[in-house]
Design a protein around this ligand. Structure first.
Ligand code: S3P
Length: 739
């Protein structure tokens, strides 16, 4: 990190303790400053600073420290801001920059205003979010700010060059710099730092005051020690911070006291619902923060991670595996379980990011959900009218199913909601659900072109409609049936072709009658749901990758266990069989109203076909990998009537054609499909466009490729098939994950 030319000639630190000393040391080590000079009320501290190499020179007065300095850092306790600034002001040379490191920004600014009469453009308030319970210049550590955040709170008239230099100084120390408004900074810090310190001091003091305190402390193990570590911090410093950030701290302390009282009452009343609600929400929020802190954000997956699959050419496909739980059924199990009366136990739940986003949304709407724990989830249903307003927008990640089903379910609630998603979801069409919901009386606003976010106004009395769907979509059908539960009258949805019917089956399973009459599904509003047990089978859409993998790999013999075989989902089996695949279904049965069975697939030479259009909605998610089968099939495969593929997580016709072109496979793209001729697959680099199914399809292609394939942007595989890589390796594929 060493600089060619120091950016700061002289850096003065006023108040040379842990924070100021660490900055001096780090800036010096990075070559960012030519000369550092320290001042402290206690001169022996600064002399020690010189001996330890923290600063180059010791100043015995503020004047001596400041007069030649280009940047002056005020690192004194917050209550000494005003007196220090009064001493600094007369000696600041022209062009000097003034910044600070205090935990409360409002009080630094008021001190600056008092002393200078205004906030001059050369002042940049700053706050490094780093520290330790140690104090003094002896504890100065050049690594203290590495991988930590520094918040700067510039004002409108702060000079850009001043701001940039202070930003660069912190970056040279290894920190990430953020900008924030002053008030916002003080509120955030009150909640995330000041309140926890206050509670730690208070808890230790309460326990120390108990008569048997010796006993308590002797036996106080992990939890107590972890929780109260920060009670060893500098009492005077924290006293000053609590008083300086008085307003923001009182606000958050008020909210915390109310919640603590609520817990006390819940314990008195043995109210398990409230207790479990708080604990399960807190635990999942904590896990969520842990992921954010370790850089593997659960939200914004596409922007924050760049997972790459490196596939070696060739490999085998043998063995016995059970693929991840069905995504469609997992979403619905949480939704209906939450709205049911009683407890619903789910097994085989898909712990993928899409269905986890649905689970989190219901927690945010007041539903107690235990787990997931190895696919087991326990939902404490709140009844059809028991949801509460969420605290903020509901983030649904990559999930189109989530957004469309939620829009129906939320249109009839008493409260307002906003549905948001990642970059891919934000580009997907929502008018297909918003338009019919508006016909039912819902109040929904979207972005231009019917794109998310969706703002749903609560308190509307919905009325049943008789709707002819313009496209074959299970998501639109399900959305309207869910809204229909809250509507007056009988909601009827006619589909142009059969689509997956998990919503209808599960509603009936929960005792809410859905009728089926030819192409029409209908239900009456105003009934209720009764909790039950749900066994989520393995997802046939995830199984499809391995079905194609085995079909195209000579010598392959694979058994896929307990796969959902709902006839509205088995298009992939029908299509592959027509192409000549060797697929045998064994152990057929039914769990919770859904057909299941084991699928055995062996290698077989494939031939090209014209895919029957009636199979398209029944295999809608499986086309990317069926295109790989088509490349291996003798002759020509033609797909028509599949324009829906263009509005999935990516434009799956174009993105697959582009990827195949990179691998030397030429295809003919049509508005509603594609023509694929038998071809060799070369090696190369392909882009999945953040679409999980594209990424996994090209992974399968590597089995018969002539050279290795690199697949970019694969993080979203975790949305539907979090253990894909593990299972691919297990059956004999050569997959390596990079970043
Ligand atoms: C789904 C329906 C399908 C499918 C999606 C899941 C569902 O979408 O592509 O992955 O769970 O209802 P459409 O109904 O929009 O075709």
């Amino acid at each position: 990190m060493s600089q060619a030319q120091p950016r700061i000639q002289t850096l003065a630190i006023i108040g040379l303790g842990l924070i100021g000393g660490s900055l001096a040391k780090a800036a010096k080590r990075a070559g960012f400053t030519a000369h550092t000079i320290g001042y402290s009320l206690n001169f022996s501290e600064v002399k020690l600073g010189v001996e330890l190499g923290v600063v180059d020179a010791a100043a015995s007065t503020v004047e001596a420290a400041v007069k030649n300095a280009d940047v002056v850092v005020v690192a004194v306790p917050v209550k000494a801001f005003e007196s220090s600034l009064l001493e600094i002001k007369p000696h600041l040379k022209s062009g000097a920059i003034l910044t600070d490191v205090g935990s409360v920004k409002g009080c630094f600014l008021s001190a600056v205003k008092k002393v200078f009469g205004e906030v001059p453009g050369f002042v940049v308030p700053g706050h490094p979010i780093a520290g330790s319970e140690k104090s003094g210049v002896v504890a100065a550590d050049a690594n203290l700010y590495r991988h930590h955040k520094v918040i700067l709170t510039p004002l409108e008239h702060t000079s850009n060059s001043v701001l940039n230099l202070v930003r660069e100084m912190w970056e040279a120390c290894g920190a990430t710099v953020l900008e924030m408004e002053v008030d916002h900074h003080d509120e955030v810090l009150a909640a995330t730092s000041h309140l926890p310190h206050l509670i730690a001091f208070s808890l230790v003091d309460t326990l120390a005051g108990e008569e048997e305190n010796q006993e308590i402390f002797r036996y106080a193990a992990g939890g107590f020690r972890d929780f109260t570590r920060i009670a060893a911090s500098d009492p005077v410093m924290w006293h000053d911070i609590f008083l300086a950030n008085h307003d923001a701290l009182l606000n958050v302390l008020g909210r915390f006291s109310q919640d603590l009282d609520m817990l006390k009452r819940a314990i008195e009343a043995k109210d398990s619902q409230t207790l479990l609600g708080v604990f399960t929400r807190a635990r999942s929020a904590r896990e969520h923060f842990t992921k954010i802190l370790s850089g593997q954000s659960y939200t914004n997956t596409m922007n924050t991670k760049n997972v790459i699959f490196k596939m070696k050419a060739g490999g085998a496909v043998n063995g016995v595996i059970r693929v991840a739980g069905d995504k469609s059924i997992s979403h619905r199990s949480i939704m209906l379980g939450a709205l049911a009366d009683g407890i619903t136990d789910v097994e085989g739940f898909l712990e993928g990011e899409d269905s986890l986003a649905t689970l989190q949304a219901f927690r945010d709407m007041g539903v107690v959900i235990e787990g997931p724990d190895e696919g087991r989830v326990r939902i404490h249903g709140v009844g059809i009218n028991g949801l509460k307003a969420p605290p903020g927008p509901i983030y649904l990640g990559n999930s189109g199913t989530g957004m469309r089903l939620f829009s129906g379910l939320l249109a009839g609630q008493a409260f307002d909601t906003e549905l948001t998603g990642d970059e891919s979801l934000s580009a997907r069409p929502m008018e297909r659900v918003a338009a019919p919901l508006r016909l039912m009386g819902a109040n929904i606003e979207s972005n231009e072109g019917g794109r998310p976010p969706l703002k749903i106004k609560g308190g509307q009395q919905l009325k049943a409609i008789d709707y002819n769907m313009p496209m074959a979509s299970a998501q639109v059908k399900s959305c309207l049936l869910l809204a229909g539960m809250y509507a007056e009258g009988e909601t009827r949805v006619t589909e142009p072709a059969p689509t997956r019917d998990h919503t209808e089956r599960m509603l009936n399973g929960f005792g809410y009658t859905v009728k089926r009459d030819g192409a029409v599904a209908s239900l009456k509003g105003g009934s209720s749901l009764t909790a039950g047990k749900i066994d989520v089978p393995a997802d046939i859409s995830s199984a499809a990758f391995f079905m194609v993998a085995a079909s195209i790999t000579p010598g392959a013999d694979l058994l896929l266990q307990h796969v959902g075989l709902n006839p509205t989902r088995t298009g992939v089996i029908n299509i592959l069989r027509e192409m000549g695949a060797n697929i045998v279904i064994e152990n057929e049965g039914e769990v919770g109203g859904e057909p299941v069975g084991n699928i055995r697939i062996k290698y077989a030479p494939l031939k090209g076909i014209h895919i029957p259009e009636d199979q398209v909605p029944l295999a809608i998610d499986e086309f990317p990998v069926l295109f790989i089968a088509a490349v291996c099939a003798e002759g020509e495969t033609v797909l028509t009537g599949a324009e829906e593929l263009r509005v999935k997580e990516s434009d799956r016709i174009q993105v697959m054609a582009d990827g195949l072109a990179q691998l030397g496979v030429r295809t003919e793209v049509r508005p509603d499909g594609i023509v694929i001729k038998h071809s060799k697959i070369q090696g190369g680099v392909v882009h999945s466009h953040g679409d999980h199914r594209i990424a996994m399809s090209f992974a399968v292609a590597s089995l018969i490729a002539e050279d290795s394939i690199t697949i970019k942007d694969c993080a979203n595989v975790a949305t539907s098939f979090p253990n894909f890589v593990e299972l691919a390796e297990q059956v004999g594929m050569n997959i390596e994950v990079g970043a």
